[in-house]
Write a protein that binds this ligand. Structure first.
Ligand code: NAD
Length: 366
């Protein structure tokens, strides 16, 4: 798993408590502290209109507490819109644990964290994220039922990455349909940046369809492995964004779509798994639109993972997981068409649909 921590300069200017909470109207932020285990965690509950706030727990050695607060809020807000646009009855939440997952994660710390999650009585449901494993979630499960992403032999839905990749593939096809008039990816040149859990599974779908896949990663061993497995070309240059390609698939870090990369990008479609691909949602969404690059909103097309864990709560099976994930194709196409006949970017258009679903539920609940 990868991480991107956005600078917190802006947040330093606002009041530390409600100034923070008001960041896109978070409902609740919970600070969890336990001296004995060393636990320092923050749970962000952005919105619970559609259902309990579900989102993974990230353990990361943040440079500062501000970075941790900022990260949890950006992520929990993203979860609200991801679940809303996917049609799930879930709100948005996320948790971060401050510390190095390799050296500071202990069973005691995870159990204590689970107790804090339990104390919220289901308003927040956790899952795994960066620095967490299925085994950690299994442990948390011993102290609270408000956890998903547990192992298959304990009744969980297992590794979400292949499903995430399938959803990204569906979203990419829809974007291709809009931009090229066909969703057949055979012969298209696709650069996959980051071939971790999701990227590799995406490469498999693409090569099966006959796309010309070029892979890039900072991990050389991974590159050799994946290239051998799928006969994908390895990118050996140092300016990927300026290469001639049809589709750019960011599957590593966030914020790779920015002033610099957009000025060079020759791709006609952007569709990938990474969260928060646009460094600045509004500005970079607009720049892409002006350049005629079709951008498939990340929070929409990478929703396969949440569809997978939602199955644990709703007790639906594999078939329904696949059906819901394939529906990402329809929603993505709908968003492209909507944005095309309005002044909105695809990102704004996707947000608007998600927000209107939340508003409609609010009215029903009145
Ligand atoms: P991962 O850690 O398994 O893979 C990330 C890969 O990116 C690694 O191989 C890493 O070496 C590579 N990488 C890091 N920096 C890079 C750089 N500068 N250039 C090229 N490669 C680089 O992560 P993952 O689970 O495959 O997730 C990929 C992205 O998708 C992340 O942004 C994650 O937040 C997002 N995402 C994942 C899921 C999921 O189900 N796993 C769901 C939704 C969103």
């Amino acid at each position: 798993m990868t991480i991107d921590v956005v600078q917190t300069k802006e947040l330093h200017k606002v009041d530390p408590v409600f100034g923070q909470l008001s960041f896109d109207n978070h409902e609740q932020i919970v600070f969890c502290n336990d001296k004995d285990t060393g636990l320092k965690a923050i749970i962000g509950i952005h919105n619970t209109v559609l259902g309990p706030a579900l989102g993974g727990t990230r353990m990361w050695n943040y440079n500062s507490e501000w970075d941790a607060v900022n990260d949890v809020m950006r992520l929990s807000r993203g979860m609200t819109f991801k679940s809303a646009i996917t049609g799930l009855n879930l709100g948005g939440g996320k948790a971060v644990i401050i510390g190095d997952a390799k050296t500071q994660k202990t069973p005691e710390l995870m159990l204590k964290f689970g107790e804090f999650v339990h104390s919220l009585s289901g308003r927040y449901i956790t899952a795994e994220d960066v620095g967490m494993t299925t085994a950690d979630m299994d442990l948390v499960r011993t102290v609270t039922p408000y956890v998903t992403g547990i192992s298959e032999d304990k009744g969980g839905a297992g590794n979400p990455s292949p499903i995430t990749a399938y959803g990204v593939f569906m979203g990419m096809k829809a974007a291709a349909k809009f931009k090229f008039g066909t969703d057949v990816l055979e012969g298209k040149v696709v650069y996959v940046e980051g071939i971790g859990n999701v990227g590799e599974a995406l490469v498999e779908h693409l090569t099966n369809e006959g796309a010309k896949v070029v892979i890039s990663d900072i991990n050389q061993n991974r590159l050799e492995e994946v290239s051998k497995r799928f006969s994908a070309d390895i990118y050996r240059g140092n300016d990927l964004h300026s290469e001639q390609m049809d589709i750019y698939a960011p599957c590593a870090l966030g914020a790779t779509v920015n002033d610099i990369s957009i000025s060079k990008l020759r791709a006609q479609v952007i569709a990938g798994a990474a969260n928060n691909q646009l460094e600045n949602e509004l500005r970079h969404g607009q720049m892409l639109q002006e350049k005629g690059i079709a951008y498939a909103p990340d929070f929409l097309i990478n929703a396969g993972g949440i569809i997978n864990v939602y199955a644990e709560l709703e007790n639906y099976g594999r078939q329904e997981i696949i059906r819901k994930t394939e529906n990402i194709y329809n929603t993505t196409l709908e968003i492209f068409n909507k944005a095309d006949i309005s002044d909105l970017t695809t990102h704004q258009s996707a947000l608007a649909i998600a927000q209107s679903r939340i508003e409609a539920r609010k009215s029903e609940n009145k």
